[in-house]
Write a protein of this length. Structure first.
Ligand code: EZ4
Ligand code: CO
Length: 415
């Protein structure tokens, strides 16, 4: 690269915690030449663990290192810890990795996707989120998403007999923002309830009603959010086949990777898994045996751009595509990292997009654009995100937890 110094030592690395509506952890790395890179380290409900891991154990190792050596830094942080994997470690490594890619692309004067091989497409298809307590409310919510420009929609529904349920907004969305934020600011996690039998009875009828009303073309997605056993997941996938889902997500907890063999034997509904995974090893059986169709990890939670690229290249050999996680708990920095990857890789599938609140967008000013159902990372050098310290300082950290589930008899259940 003419004009770019061969080495670029890191002068400072700061861990920034802010809460513009929800908590975010950001790593800001600056080189001796004053080039700044940002990385997202947000782990919903466990934010301060990653902040401490970075502050106490990673920042001291970064000072003086060459910011250009991204692969070496990734391997050094992964292997020198001795203790491998885990969401806290991998979110911390992800933040460093994103910040270094941001710096490298800024030094090159290019948007990051150019360094990843350049654009493989003109826009990134994104899906929105609809939900309803009953079918009429759900249909209104889907129509609101279509009016906001989404061309594919995730559909979540209340279930008779279940009081509080993942993915169902308290009221229908009135703006571009899907109004469902699962983490709640409270000293203790909120308790919700669950009934798999009631859910399995109810959901196919809801999709039947949606297809009858909206026709066969609109891509529909659904998230079962880890709550079923493999045989229940198989039954759901089979029952939903007539409604032609784009995907069924997290149909069963997938730390039991072999469980997906059973699901796969019984259904052709496409499967998406991986938002809680943090390394390529969590996908080993799922990808090699072609038990899934979409990789769901967030760049933030799976070790950054370097590691996600590796997972997606591995998946590509098996015709498995990307479906990168994009909830509001991934910051605009993590979202931008996803968009640069989405634009560059060949095996792009779809991108989740949950619009951040105005307060969040004021702290993280992003170059990415959204129009006619497609996202684009923009063409500013680097990731295209700047961090506004003044805006961030108006939003101090507040403890918040994700909810958890209990069955009717009091047993704790997957949420
Ligand atoms: O519950 O990001 O598909 N999306 C999801 C998310 C997760 C949250 C957890 O932090 O399942 O809404
Ligand atoms: Co999900």
């Amino acid at each position: 690269m003419p004009g770019v110094a061969a080495t670029s030592p890191i002068r400072t690395a700061e861990v920034l915690v802010t809460s513009p509506g929800r908590n975010f952890v950001t790593l800001r790395v600056m080189t001796e030449d004053g080039v700044v890179g940002l990385g997202d380290a947000t782990l919903n409900g466990r934010e301060l663990a990653v902040a401490a891991y970075l502050t106490e154990h990673v920042v001291p190792l970064l000072i003086g290192r060459d910011a250009h050596r991204i692969e070496d830094t990734w391997q050094f942080l992964y292997r020198s810890a001795y203790w491998r994997r885990g969401p806290v470690t991998m979110a911390a490594i992800a933040a460093v990795d994103m910040a270094l890619w941001d710096i490298k692309a800024r030094l090159a004067g290019m948007p990051l996707y150019q360094l990843l091989g350049g654009a493989s497409r003109t826009g990134i298809m994104a899906y929105g989120h609809a939900s309803g307590r009953d079918v009429p409310e759900l249909l209104d919510s889907i129509r609101a998403q279509l009016a906001d420009g989404f061309r594919s929609v995730r559909v979540q529904t209340s279930v008779p007999g279940v009081n509080k349920l993942y993915g169902v907004a308290a009221q229908p969305s009135t703006s571009g923002r899907y109004d469902y934020e699962p983490a709640q600011r409270a000293p203790l996690p909120a308790e919700e309830d669950w009934d798999s039998a009631a859910y399995l009875r109810h959901v196919p009828g809801v999709f039947d009603a949606v297809r009858s009303e909206l026709g066969p073309e609109l891509p529909l997605l659904h998230d079962a959010h880890h709550r079923l056993t493999p045989i229940q997941a198989a039954r759901l996938g089979k029952a939903l086949e007539p409604y032609d889902l784009f995907w069924l997500e997290d149909c069963t907890p997938a730390e039991n990777q072999e469980g997906l063999r059973l699901v796969r034997q019984h259904t052709t509904t496409p499967l998406a898994i991986g938002e809680v995974f943090n390394t390529i090893w969590d996908y080993q059986t799922l990808i090699r045996e072609q038990l899934i169709d979409y990789v769901r990890s967030a760049v933030t939670h799976a070790g950054g751009i370097t590691a996600m690229r590796r997972i997606l290249d591995y998946a590509a050999q098996y015709q498995i595509k990307s479906g990168i996680h994009g909830p509001t708990d991934v910051s605009p920095v993590g979202m931008s990292a996803a968009l640069h990857l989405d634009l560059a890789i060949h095996n792009f599938g779809i991108q989740e997009y949950m619009v951040h609140s105005p307060a969040t967008r004021e702290v993280f000013r992003s170059s990415f654009t959204w129009a006619d159902g497609y996202l684009h990372p923009g063409d500013e050098p680097g990731l295209g995100v700047t961090y506004d310290d003044d805006a961030a300082s108006r939003h101090p950290y507040q403890a918040a937890y994700l909810p958890f589930n209990r069955l009717k008899d009091g047993t704790v259940h997957d949420w």
